[in-house]
Write a protein that binds this ligand. Structure first.
Ligand SMILES: [Zn+2]
Length: 253
């Protein structure tokens, strides 16, 4: 992650994750306020006052540590909000493209021709979900396991089952709660084979890439796989931060 270039905000920050993207000059990712747990649903846009186009200091104070805040408030914001997707000033003409986000945010070390990436970008799903899936594949979601690499956490165990570290694979696929959802869904998937495996294995399987078998059915069901992963993530965050529990039935739908 340290090889990622610093990312400047020139747009509305809708697609920048404060805890996983490098968006603060010198620091990169933000550090949560001591003794709080980072809210994974927050985007950088949540800290910008839409009316005045300035940093919302009250909100910054609720979530970030002092040294992060000092640097965040120095980041210039454009007077008028730029188009939604123009959150990173990475291409020469200043236009945001998914490709520039892909190269800029995650580094260019990955083979851009990789079939998995291509398939993810080609999938017809809402843009927000696509960004989310791409973050999953890049292991760039603020799970406890990832956050613990940067901040001190009381526990990295999954807050729901308390049996395994909260990795992306665990929270979205193999946690008993999620596992039940996959099985009960129209996909009728058993996820036990993915216990302890990296999340890329899951994507290779769902997209029919080697060493897994390809079938047209897999291509057709991937949008549903993606949306279910997204719903599980939203519901997990709702449970943690709003103490709201969605029934598996609601998540599947
Ligand atoms: Zn769990």
């Amino acid at each position: 992650m340290s090889l990622m270039p610093t990312v400047r905000i020139v747009g509305d920050g809708n697609f920048i994750d404060p805890w996983c993207d490098r968006w603060i000059p010198e620091l990169g990712v933000a550090t949560p306020k001591p003794n709080t747990s980072p809210d994974s649903l927050l985007k950088v846009s949540d800290f910008i006052e839409p009316a005045t186009r300035t940093w919302d200091r009250v909100k910054l104070n609720q979530h970030f540590d002092q040294s992060s805040i000092e640097r965040i408030v120095k980041i210039p914001l454009s007077v008028s909000p730029s188009s939604d997707r123009r959150a990173w000033d990475l291409t020469r003409d200043g236009k945001f493209t998914t490709k520039s986000a892909y190269h800029g945010l995650r580094g260019i070390r990955d083979d851009p021709t990789s079939k998995v990436w291509k398939k993810i970008w080609r999938t017809k799903i809402p843009y927000r979900v696509q960004v989310f899936i791409w973050r999953c594949a890049k292991n760039a979601l603020p799970t406890r396991d990832n956050l613990s690499l940067r901040v001190q956490l009381p526990s990295i165990l999954c807050p729901f089952c308390q049996t395994s570290p909260e990795t992306i694979m665990h929270v979205l696929i193999t946690c008993p709660i999620s596992s039940r959802i996959w099985f009960q869904s129209r996909l009728n998937m058993r996820t036990v084979a993915f216990l302890g495996k990296p999340i890329m294995d899951w994507f290779r399987f769902c997209l029919g890439e080697a060493p897994f078998l390809y079938s047209q059915e897999k291509d057709e069901s991937f949008p549903l796989v993606a949306c279910l992963m997204w719903s599980i993530w939203l519901s997990r965050n709702n449970m943690i931060h709003n103490a709201k529990t969605d029934s598996p039935f609601l998540i599947i739908n």
